[in-house]
Design a protein around this ligand. Structure first.
Ligand code: IPD
Length: 260
């Protein structure tokens, strides 16, 4: 069953990625969500419509949770968690770090993840218990085990007050790690950890559609994804790092004021 789901997820993500590439010149902001900086373009909506159409054509009884509201109940026990355009602000400005993210959950357990970033020429895919790959090549996390040597990615929410808090955490963290990166697309940042491009990632305020697909890919690449005090990741905080770095990073995050 995973093979079929992977094939559909790959095809759906590719079709939406192509739609976004083809329509880039026509992108315009059509509304905002949590704040004036949290924009939605007509391309986010078009990409989600296309994802939903592609998925339901193959799997009409499945449930879907989509960032732009294209959600529906299902009867099969399979749920698709989709982000039609992760990194919307990057896309808007032509900064190439953006992706279509498609995860498949069976009985609420994530089993398949596809993150397709056309401007980076990258398709990350993973099947739980089987493999993680980028463009068909096996993925492996870095072996960095010390926070001082770690290149740590993070992200920021869209609300001013929350950003001020996140900024002060980064100010305290920056002198204690190799450096900080803000990719602007949570799914890509997590796949970069799976690929060893970043050593670790943490962010508060993401949603399941930002991280579900990348969590499968990370898991098969030797990356632990969870909360800062153990357990699964939550919207309030996600940490991703290889097994040796995960504990020291969580301790450091606590010291600089990250809360679960
Ligand atoms: C956002 C991006 C960003 C992250 C935010 C997400 P969107 O998703 O992934 O990097 O910092 O938390 O909301 O709005 O571009 O789909």
């Amino acid at each position: 069953m995973s093979d079929d789901l992977l094939e559909i997820a790959t095809r759906a993500a590719a079709a939406s990625a192509q739609f976004l590439v083809d329509g880039w010149a026509r992108r315009t902001v059509v509304s905002t969500k949590s704040s004036q900086t949290d924009v939605v373009t007509q391309m986010d909506r078009g990409s989600e419509d296309l994802l939903v159409e592609t998925i339901l054509a193959a799997r009409p009884d499945d449930a879907i949770l989509g960032e732009e509201g294209g959600s529906r109940e299902g009867t099969s026990g399979v749920r698709w968690v989709i982000d039609p355009l992760d990194g919307t602000v990057n896309y808007l400005y032509g900064f190439p770090v953006w992706a279509v993210s498609v995860a498949v959950l069976v009985d609420e357990i994530p089993v398949v993840g596809v993150v397709h970033a056309p401007s980076l020429d990258s398709v990350w895919r993973g099947v739980a218990g089987e493999f993680a790959e980028i463009n068909g090549r096996s993925l492996h996390a870095s072996d960095c085990a010390t926070t001082e040597q770690a290149l740590v990615a993070t992200g920021f929410g869209y609300e001013a007050q929350e950003r001020a808090r996140q900024g002060s955490i980064v100010a305290d963290l920056l002198p204690r790690v190799r450096d900080i990166r803000r990719a602007g697309a949570a799914a890509v940042a997590m796949c970069f950890v799976a690929q060893g491009v970043f050593d670790a990632y943490f962010e508060g305020g993401t949603h399941l559609w930002d991280r579900a697909a990348a969590t499968v890919i990370c898991g098969e690449a030797g990356v632990r994804v969870g909360g800062p005090t153990g357990g699964p990741s939550r919207d309030s905080m996600t940490v991703a790092a290889n097994a040796a770095l995960y504990g020291p990073l969580c301790r450091l995050l606590e010291e600089v004021g990250v809360t679960p």
